[in-house]
Design a protein around this ligand. Structure first.
Ligand code: CP
Length: 312
């Protein structure tokens, strides 16, 4: 099976069959990733560029490692040290990268829609590595992969997403993906950090963390994006942790075997108490490993479009 589009811009655009195909391919990639010999020839002769206008540790590094493990030529363009800082437009930068024989451009940008604009103007495949407050599709795919690996299936699970929903592209991608895959999504956060109209997406919205956590199979904390906060959306970090932080006592409201997840980076003691973050139910470290497997799968699937070879 081939992905329909040359680009991966959001979970909104992917079908259930495409999501299942990516997750199945990631299973094979995880096997390779955790073996003694991580070098495969799947991307030999391909060129992958990461173009990041915002900081990143996990996403950028996992794409770079995924490219290298599969034998691609990989390079990074960082906005601060490239001609972007001289005022070059996104389209001109994209076309320049495209004309160097690039097969895949992975972009993170503070403006929602920037990857879509780039995708329309280049021949290379474009992967959205996070655009403003819109989507972070590869994060949601690795989250779904981690849940599926631990729980067998996503269908019928109750997933509680807690925190700053307003600014969270991770929440938005997960809401699209999880509801498509048959999971039930509860969200909770301060009312100032819950965008209006959320119920229309088929999820349940709560004003207290306790209501959202009840009988949850998975609890997903979100980073409070202190850099995107407008003054006054919540009183103080201490107040936030008091009403919406996940501690041991609150976690007991969820199912006994509930998974604790977080996309990272975590504001320790704010979204998650240290005991919960480092506790037995936490799969945050697994999420990091699975991020490489899912990104290997995406790079493989995008660069083999049109071929009949299958890996899953
Ligand atoms: N989860 C995530 O996107 O992390 P980075 O900002 O470190 O890439």
């Amino acid at each position: 099976m081939n992905l329909k589009s040359k680009d991966v811009l959001g979970l909104k655009e992917l079908s259930v069959e495409e999501i299942e195909h990516i997750l199945n391919t990631a299973k094979t990639m995880k096997y390779i990733l955790t073996s003694n010999n991580k070098k495969t020839p799947h991307l030999q002769g391909k060129s992958i560029i990461t173009l990041f206008y915002e900081n990143s540790t996990r996403t950028r590094l996992s794409f770079e490692l995924a490219s290298k493990y599969m034998s691609a030529s990989a390079a990074n363009v960082s906005a601060s040290s490239s001609s972007v800082s001289k005022g070059e437009t996104l389209i001109d930068t994209g076309k320049t990268i495209d004309m160097m024989g690039t097969d895949v451009i992975i972009i993170r940008h503070p403006m929602s829609g920037a990857p879509h604009l780039l995708a329309k103007n280049v021949k290379a495949s474009v992967i959205n590595a996070g655009d403003g407050m819109n989507e972070h599709p590869t994060q949601a795919l690795l989250d779904m992969f981690t849940i599926q690996e631990n729980k067998g299936s996503l269908k019928g699970l109750k997933i509680a997403i807690i925190g700053d929903i307003l600014h969270s592209r991770v929440a938005r991608s997960n809401i699209w993906g999880l509801t498509k895959m048959g999971a039930e999504v509860n969200v909770a956060g301060p009312s100032t950090l819950l965008p209006p109209g959320l119920e229309k997406t088929g999820i349940r919205v709560f004003n207290t963390i306790q209501e959202a956590l009840l009988d949850a199979d998975v609890v997903m904390g979100l980073r409070v994006q202190l850099e995107r906060q407008k003054k006054g959306l919540f009183p103080t970090v201490r107040e936030y942790a008091r009403f919406f932080g996940l501690d041991d006592k609150r976690l007991k409201l969820a199912k006994e075997d509930a998974l604790v997840m977080h996309p990272g980076p975590v504001n320790r003691g704010m979204e998650l108490a240290t005991a919960v973050m480092d506790g037995e139910q936490s799969v945050i470290n697994e999420q990091v490993t699975n991020g490489v497997a899912v990104r290997m799968a995406l790079l493989y699937l995008l660069t083999r479009r049109g071929s009949s070879e299958n890996i899953d």
